[in-house]
Design a protein around this ligand. Structure first.
Ligand code: F6P
Length: 408
């Protein structure tokens, strides 16, 4: 499902504090991990907190303070050494999360990586919108270990002083020979310079669709179908009476939940009858997408699990052993589904209005796995019961989750 990488990719974050670098680094890691890549973030701030304690005052970050500067350089090097060691053991995409805010610092990083045959892509996050910085500081920095137990006003003042120190030394990325991506105001504008290859290009597209406006994402399977009653996989069955009952409850629930949203939701469903009937009962017209269709059970379509075990015992064993990679004869594996659902993930990320997805067991597992940061191996066994709607609100570092069981 994933394209092999000719060589490991190293993304080097660049930007002043509170420009969303860590947010972007973690989003990228989560996206890549869900795709099946070995990806890892090396955050220099964590090295500082682990080695020197969390409570360094703003003066520590003053570029004219030689001790602070030497200590910060040593931390940056330690993180880079660990990144390189990790790449040597088979890491595929490493993200170096630090300010890297001067040309000299970036040249050192580039030189060190070149010794390993690696060429970085710099990912600079810049903000022209002061409100975005302020919101980022309030949402993430004031609750970070750096300011634990500090009163918010003095924490805010200290953080502003820290930013001011970095601003004095800051040099934007501008190397015409290097590869870089500049992200202005988290996705409002993107500049990609000397970016080639499938994965880097995909990452640019992913980054250009991110934003930080909170909005809910509702995920649900269709109402109970006749095949659910018999335990049959696939097919294109009708809903049972119980399933139709869920459809009514779902519609009432969502109308109530979204009454104050201001904007109507985007409703997306698969092209299969059971999902179209469920989504079609909502007061907003759904868009039906093939990429949301249930995992294709191929030759086993319409069979029960017992029939599969009796008629294709080898397949049943192979699936139990590796449910992620097992592909039904002439059908799909979970890895195939992850690949096919990936554009929908980017579309959901892009939306600022609420999104409602009405799909199927395997497809909802895949979407839920992405938004909650699961490994691909976990995805095929996630619990997604019928007649339950899951509400996720993506936050800076994860998603808030609520589940509502709706009768009957
Ligand atoms: O049983 C309902 C269903 O949506 C089937 O159509 C599909 O094959 C199955 O769930 C996916 O779940 P699992 O991968 O656990 O078999």
């Amino acid at each position: 499902m994933m394209f092999p990488l000719a060589r490991p990719l190293v993304l080097v974050m660049v930007g002043l504090p509170a420009r969303g670098k860590t947010y972007l680094a973690r989003k990228l890691t989560r996206y890549l991990t869900w795709h099946g890549y070995r990806a890892e973030v090396f955050n220099v701030g964590n090295y500082r907190r682990a080695r020197l304690g969390a409570d360094q005052p703003a003066t520590f970050f003053d570029p004219s303070n030689p001790e602070g500067r030497a200590a910060r350089e040593a931390l940056a090097e330690a993180a880079l050494d660990d990144l390189i060691a990790w790449v040597r053991t088979g890491g595929q995409v490493a993200i170096y999360d630090a300010t890297n805010s001067t040309r000299a610092r970036r040249a050192t990083v580039r030189r060190r990586l070149a010794e390993e045959g690696l060429e970085p892509i710099f990912v600079e996050s810049a903000t022209t919108d002061a409100a975005l910085v302020e919101a980022n500081v309030r949402e993430t920095k004031l609750s970070s270990p750096d300011y634990r137990d500090k009163d918010p006003d003095s924490a805010m003042a200290d953080f502003r002083a820290r930013i001011a120190h970095y601003e004095r030394a800051y040099e934007p990325v501008d190397d015409p020979d290097g590869s870089f991506v500049k992200i202005i105001d988290i996705g409002r504008k993107i500049i990609a310079h000397r970016i080639s290859g499938y994965l880097p290009a995909q990452l640019v597209s992913y980054l250009s669709n991110l934003h930080v406006t909170p909005r809910p994402i509702y995920l649900t399977r269709h109402g109970e179908s006749e095949y659910n009653l018999d335990g049959r996989v696939g097919g294109d069955p009708e809903l049972t009476d119980r399933g139709l009952g869920y459809v009514r409850h779902l519609s009432q629930f969502l109308q109530r939940a979204l009454a104050e949203a201001g904007e109507p939701p985007q409703v997306w469903c698969s092209t299969l009858r059971r999902a179209m009937i469920t989504a079609g009962a909502l007061p907003w017209s759904p868009v039906s997408l093939r990429s949301l269709d249930e995992i294709d059970a191929g030759a086993c379509d319409g069979w029960t699990y017992d029939e599969i075990a009796a008629r294709l015992p080898e397949d049943a064993r192979a699936r139990a052993h590796d449910k992620l990679r097992y592909r039904y004869p002439r059908g799909e594996s979970y890895l195939d589904v992850i690949q096919r659902v990936q554009p929908v993930v980017v579309e959901i990320e892009r939306q600022r209005a609420p999104v409602v997805v009405v799909a199927h067991n395997a497809v909802i597992r895949v979407l839920y796995g992405y938004f909650t940061g699961r490994l691909p191996e976990e995805v095929p066994r996630l619990e997604i019961p019928l007649h339950t709607i899951i509400r996720l609100v993506p936050k800076a570092y994860g998603a808030d989750e609520q589940r509502f069981e709706l009768g009957p």
